[in-house]
Design a binder for this molecule. Structure first.
Ligand SMILES: *Cc1c(COP(=O)(O)O)cnc(C)c1O
Length: 230
């Protein structure tokens, strides 16, 4: 079932790329494995799926220790400053940087470990009260500040669009974020490489790809529903 789901998602990604006249190699699929057992990851590893997204530091660290071969971990959930030290050397990308404060903590821990942390700036593109992330108008200024940190490398933007019945309702937000992404890329800020636009989840990743996403984060569509009551 898992492998079939993965295959179906990949096909839909290809179709969306076709519709948008894009090359499927431009879009990375992050399988969001939060609250799902390690066996599920092991099964997809056999299919060559290497990118996995996790929301919770403790869960990520546990799976990092236990997985049978190294994979690329993505921290996609809200990150508290006091937890940065646990993950900074374990993840290939932190999607959820939403303050200079947090970026400075990442700088500190990355410097200690003598590495450069790859990060995305989280944008609350629909201005939802319940969501983390910056307003679009604050993004460039924040990137310019973070760009001064030598052990933090900004790679692009990330958003979680609203939960809607019809993914078309989110098209305007994806388009808006893509435009912001391009605008900032054109500024050619030192120590910033705008090559990653992380947007699109199970409900809306096809629309997100049509609007320029380079990284989709799909959980339910691959692993099935999560049970939050355990
Ligand atoms: C859980 C989660 C996802 C995956 O959501 P699905 O709807 O299950 O695909 C993607 N991004 C973030 C930030 C998440 O927290």
């Amino acid at each position: 079932m898992l492998k079939e789901n993965l295959f179906n998602v990949k096909q839909k990604i290809e179709k969306a790329c076709e519709r948008a006249g894009r090359d499927p190699s431009e879009v990375t699929l992050v399988a969001v494995s939060k609250m799902k057992p390690l066996e599920d990851i092991e099964a997809l590893l056999e299919e060559g799926q290497m990118e996995y997204g996790e929301n919770y530091v403790q869960e990520l660290c546990g799976k990092y220790e236990d997985v049978s071969r190294p994979v690329h971990w993505h921290m996609i959930g809200h990150l508290q400053r006091n937890k940065v030290k646990y993950i900074v050397d374990k993840v290939s990308l932190i999607h959820s940087v939403d303050s200079v404060h947090l970026a400075k903590q990442i700088e500190k821990e990355a410097a200690k470990k003598n590495l450069v942390a790859e990060v995305l700036i989280q944008v609350n593109v629909a201005g939802e009260e319940s969501k983390f992330g910056l307003e679009g108008s604050q993004v460039e200024e924040m990137i310019r500040e973070i760009a001064l940190l030598p052990h933090v490398h900004v790679r692009g933007l990330m958003t979680s669009a609203p939960f809607v019945d019809n993914p078309e309702e989110n098209r305007c937000y994806f388009r808006k974020l893509h435009q912001l992404f391009i605008d900032i890329r054109e500024k050619n800020i030192d120590n910033v490489t705008m090559d990653t636009l992380s947007m699109g989840m199970t409900n809306d990743y096809e629309v997100a790809i049509e609007e320029g996403s380079t990284m989709v984060r799909v959980g339910t569509g691959i692993f099935g529903r999560r049970n939050y009551n355990i």
